[in-house]
Design a protein around this ligand. Structure first.
Ligand SMILES: [Zn+2]
Length: 580
């Protein structure tokens, strides 16, 4: 007696096709089509020609002129399919007297048909200027500082600070950055009209602005419960009353019209001062190595800093009084130079106005440096040439526009790096066209310390700025990415919820995870040190996630093999989102 053979063994192709169809949520018709196509392919070696779309076209409501125009107009104002569905069903169809309902699926198709594409908001590290000569030179210097000054002798390899001889202080890296989240920042995808710039949603909701610090071994810069208890036991007396110690460095504000003012340098300076106090309580014997992004805001200067673009050609008048300096080069190198006339000076300007206690102009400063004679030999010397004037005007205009845009848009995620760092023009411009240019290229002017650096160094710590366009070297960027991923999943679009989710999302990231983020950034440094370009580095860093350095095998000789890694890096999306 034969056993009954189960039908799945009798009709294997039917069984298989039905299984496949089921996977796609399709029924027997789809399965039959699959079998037909497979048979056709086996017999002829060719794909069955599809009959789809050859019949009479469906009467799509989108062919209706008014609908198409309205949809397009609506789409241009930035939307998601769900919003289009609402708009069409509640407003457009009733208005046109159409008895129909748009599904989200169809809304999706309609958007494509009117020329919109769903684009993943790509936030990679590819930015023009990343590999520019001067940027790379600064990057090399930055990495060298890490190797020689911060982790001496260990080439970024150490896991814990090395045993130090007595008297030598351990270095602890503290990285700062800012992040803006808006209440309805729900979508990783953005609809984009073909050939157009990504649309910015004016109705993104109120921004939540966070500025925070992370440390390699201990996560966020904040006091532990025990440290807080110990602080509370201390007599209040030794601290001046104004220095009310904060227990954590994080600052969250909710800026916008009629709300908190926008984040600015003043607030950052106040936060940094608090952060230094917290650091000193936590690590009284250590040196903090404070790392900031290189943005023009972070590099803003003290009132009395040396800035050629604030100076006039002549002395006196309306220009800032700058601090004394040492002449860096030329016949008088090493001599002290005052930027203000002494109080007992007898000198007068051309109009006979006494110059005692007045600021010196560019002409005077250059003459005292022995540089003016050289310029005069080459011809007529101007204070500010047309090109330098134009360049400064463009910079001022860009800065003003960026500020206005930020405020008008209530807009987070404005591409600050591009606005702040567009100095390629500076890099390629003539070096001796006018007095301002010569002066601004003098080492003491060029290397003038930003206010942040002055404050940090005065507190006995070190301060460095990341190379321009290199936010991938800042571990806190990964903290933001992590927080934002959870935020997008959990937000309901309301400000109240967003306000709650930001700190919750940040606190959820463990000390171990933050430590991993640091290693990630050190791997980037290691990759750059070994000559990998940004694509190769990104690939290597994400492939070898458990190492501090990238393995020697992946390191490529940039001369002989310009790109051994895939052109499109499979690790590029996903795990780590880095703000441009
Ligand atoms: Zn010039």
């Amino acid at each position: 007696m034969h056993k009954k053979i189960p039908s799945r063994y009798l009709r294997p192709s039917q069984t298989a096709s039905e299984k496949v169809a089921k996977c796609f949520g399709k029924g027997p018709y789809y399965a039959r089509r699959l079998r037909d196509e497979a048979n056709h392919l086996l017999k002829t070696g060719q794909i069955l020609e599809t009959k789809q779309g050859q019949g009479a076209a469906h009467a799509s409501l989108l062919n209706h002129h008014d609908i198409r125009e309205s949809v397009l107009k609506f789409a241009r104002r930035q939307l998601r399919p769900a919003k289009l569905v609402r708009y069409v069903n509640r407003f457009l169809f009733p208005k046109l007297g159409i008895q129909s309902e748009l599904s989200e699926r169809t809304a999706f198709n309609w958007l494509s048909k009117v020329g919109f594409n769903l684009t993943k908001v790509m936030k990679g590290v590819y930015v023009d200027g990343h590999e520019r000569e001067d940027v790379v030179a600064y990057r090399n210097k930055f990495i060298k500082i890490f190797e020689e000054e911060i982790f001496p002798g260990d080439q970024l390899e150490i896991e814990t600070p090395p045993k130090l001889p007595p008297g030598v202080k351990a270095h602890r890296v503290v990285c700062q950055d800012e992040c803006c989240t808006s209440a309805n920042d729900q979508c990783l995808y953005e609809w984009k009209e073909e050939g157009a710039q990504p649309l910015r949603d004016k109705t993104r909701g109120r921004p939540i602005h966070t500025s925070d610090f992370v440390l390699e071994g201990s996560g966020y810069l904040k006091l532990s419960d025990e440290e807080i208890a110990a602080q509370k036991k201390l007599p209040k007396e030794p601290l001046p009353p104004s220095l009310n110690l904060q227990f954590e460095a994080r600052k969250i504000i909710y800026p916008g019209a009629n709300h908190n003012p926008w984040w600015d340098m003043k607030q950052l300076i106040a936060q940094v001062k608090d952060a230094i106090q917290i650091f000193d309580v936590k690590f009284p014997n250590d040196v903090g190595v404070w790392i900031f992004d290189c943005s023009s805001a972070h590099e803003s200067f003290a009132e009395d800093s040396l800035r050629a673009n604030k100076m006039n050609r002549g002395s006196g008048g309306q220009q800032p009084k700058m601090h004394d300096t040492i002449i860096p080069s030329g016949p008088f190198a090493g001599q002290k130079q005052a930027m203000v006339f002494p109080d007992d000076s007898e000198e007068k300007d051309e109009k006979g106005v006494p110059l005692a206690g007045k600021p010196k102009g560019m002409e005077r400063v250059l003459r005292e440096r022995g540089l003016l004679e050289e310029m005069e030999k080459k011809g007529r010397v101007v204070g500010v040439c047309k090109e330098c004037k134009k360049s400064q005007e463009a910079k001022d205009k860009a800065a003003k526009e960026a500020k206005a845009r930020r405020e008008e848009m209530e807009g987070p995620d404005i591409d600050e790096s591009q606005e702040d760092n567009d100095d390629s023009d500076d890099f390629y411009r003539s070096k001796d066209c006018c007095m301002r240019r010569v002066l601004e290229l003098q080492t003491d002017f060029k290397e003038e310390k930003p206010l942040l650096q002055i404050i940090i160094e005065e507190a006995g710590h070190k301060c460095f700025f990341l190379p321009k366009f290199h936010c991938e070297l800042n571990p806190i960027e990964l903290v933001w990415g992590n927080m934002k991923r959870n935020f997008r999943e959990e937000t309901d679009g309301s400000f109240a919820k967003g306000k709650e989710l930001v700190p919750k999302g940040l606190d959820r990231i463990s000390v171990t995870t933050i430590h991993r983020y640091f290693l990630h950034c050190y791997r980037y440094m290691d990759a750059y040190k070994h000559g990998l370009n940004v694509r190769q580095a990104e690939y290597a860093v994400k492939k070898y996630t458990s190492h501090r350095r990238i393995p020697a095998t992946i390191r490529v000789d940039p001369e002989s093999s310009p790109c051994e890694v895939p052109e499109v890096c499979p690790f590029m999306e996903g795990t780590f989102l880095i703000r441009r």
